[in-house]
Design a protein around this ligand. Structure first.
Ligand code: AMP
Ligand code: SF4
Length: 441
């Protein structure tokens, strides 16, 4: 539940009971998908869980994870975060070999590949390496092979994965906030390309063979992860606050108060206000129970949903020059609506600052920003966007400013949705690095 923000479509859990792996999964939030009376039927000391946010594959419950297969070696369960970029090619190849697929999810392919290599090698680590040698793209995996548990991170480190100590055992999870909430202790991030085997009272690391350029997703710090998580050694809240500080330095404004777009722009706005020495106010009331607007299928629905979700506090905004800070602009729906709501509530001026540089290119690595025509910044200048959203001024943080705020070197970050240059080979897209990754697993 602590990482529910990473996926709300479905949830699942697989547990090894000493003989077999039992799985419960369903559509919806964790509480609905995993009813308590079903969970009590799962006994055991090792398990993996998943919350799904679909990018590849439909929202049908058949795509809910973990996926399981039974092999000659035993039972396998897999939970996957990320997108496998060569999924279609591999699926086609294996279908020609006679494989059948029950879902349209890339994670099913990963599970089946593991099954194939387990049968071939009779050795889980060799089977995982062989699977890693075939798949490309973004993956943070937790894998259970009978009673053995593994956490695996793709060689670029695109999606986060960390290891913690909990109740005398171990936990591997996408975000450290989950370890904190369970009152465990963060040990460290799983390094790109590493396989970590979690045992009852110890863990064993199988390091990545060879050296690879890392490529941590910048959007985890900007938007996706919880502010109380630490990803690859860098605190998410601190990055967001620094983004605000740098935004204030790069794009100052003469305003009476700074306001966040709740909740995604809050830490950025706090940083901006502190650096600029301008009062910080909460000027929007957000309905905590409203549905997610971003994923709604049609533009009118998304706009209506923003008005249902947010309401300005008139006494705070009327007659004031206001600066609002959000983490990102994708289509521009949220900010267009919010600026007009603030003006209707009597704001004298509304200035907008954005905590990510313009998003102009699709993500192939597990964040739901898939098509170029979705991005307002792909076809409009900043001035045109300012006009469309009706703001008095609009400015984004610069790419160097963002890199500085994250504090990880440019070559170790994925910035592809900002630059259109991809850290992995994507047909039809520009490849950022000269050399391709070795698939020497
Ligand atoms: P838009 O309204 O289309 O400009 O989307 C930007 C808003 O959606 C911002 O408030 C973000 O916090 C949020 N957002 C940005 N990217 C995503 C994403 N991939 N999935 C869900 N929400 C997002
Ligand atoms: Fe993250 Fe953007 Fe790279 Fe996708 S393309 S992994 S959202 S930085």
């Amino acid at each position: 539940m602590v990482i529910q923000h990473r996926g709300q479509e479905s949830a699942g859990i697989s547990v090894f009971d000493g003989t077999t792996i039992g799985t419960v999964k369903g559509n919806g939030l964790v509480e609905v998908a995993l009813p308590k009376d079903e969970l009590v039927k799962l006994g055991g000391h090792e398990g993996i869980g998943h919350v799904r946010y679909s990018t590849t594959g439909s929202k049908s419950v058949v795509n809910a994870q973990p996926f399981t297969v039974t092999t000659a070696f035993g039972m396998v369960a897999v939970a996957h975060n990320g997108d496998i970029t060569n999924f279609s090619t591999l699926k086609e190849k294996y279908m020609k070999d006679g494989w059948v697929f029950q879902t349209d999810s890339d994670s099913e392919l990963v599970t089946k590949l593991l099954g194939k290599y387990l049968t071939q090698y009779d050795d889980p680590v060799k089977a995982i390496r062989a699977t890693m040698g075939e798949i490309d793209g973004a993956y943070a995996l937790t894998i259970m092979i009978n009673d053995r548990l593994f956490a695996v991170r793709d060689p670029y480190g695109l999606r986060p994965l960390c290891l913690g100590r909990l109740d005398g055992g171990y936990i591997a999870v996408s975000e450290s906030a989950a370890i904190d909430v369970l009152r465990g202790e963060l040990i460290r991030d799983i390094a790109p390309g590493e396989i970590c085997e979690v045992r009852k009272d110890t863990f064993k690391i199988y390091p990545a063979p060879g050296k690879h350029p890392k490529s941590h997703c910048m959007f985890e710090w900007v938007y996706f992860a919880r502010p109380d998580s630490i990803i690859d050694g860098v605190g998410v809240y601190e990055v967001r606050r620094r983004i605000g500080v740098i935004l204030a330095q790069e794009c100052p404004a003469d305003v009476d108060l700074v306001m966040p777009v709740p909740d995604s722009g809050r830490a950025h706005a706090i940083g901006y206000a502190a650096e600029a020495g301008i009062p910080y106010e909460e000027g929007f009331m957000k309905n905590r129970f409203a549905n997610r607007t971003f994923i709604m299928p049609d533009q009118k629905q998304r706009e209506n949903a923003v008005s249902m979700k947010m309401n300005p506090i008139k006494s705070t905004v009327a007659g004031k020059k206001i600066l609002i800070v959000d983490d990102s602009i994708v289509r521009g729906t949220t900010l267009k609506k919010l600026v007009s709501m603030l003006k209707s509530a009597g704001a004298k001026e509304v200035h907008v600052r954005v905590g990510s540089p313009p998003i102009i290119a699709p993500c192939y690595y597990g964040v739901d920003m898939k098509t170029r025509d979705q991005f307002i910044a792909a076809s409009h200048t900043v001035e045109e966007i300012r006009e469309i959203i009706g703001a008095d001024s609009l400015a984004y943080i610069s790419i160097p400013g963002l890199i500085k705020a994250i504090g990880i070197g440019e070559n170790d970050l994925c910035l592809a949705c900002l630059t259109g240059k991809y850290p992995t080979n994507i047909p039809g897209e520009v490849h950022r690095f000269q050399s391709t990754l070795s698939h020497d697993f």
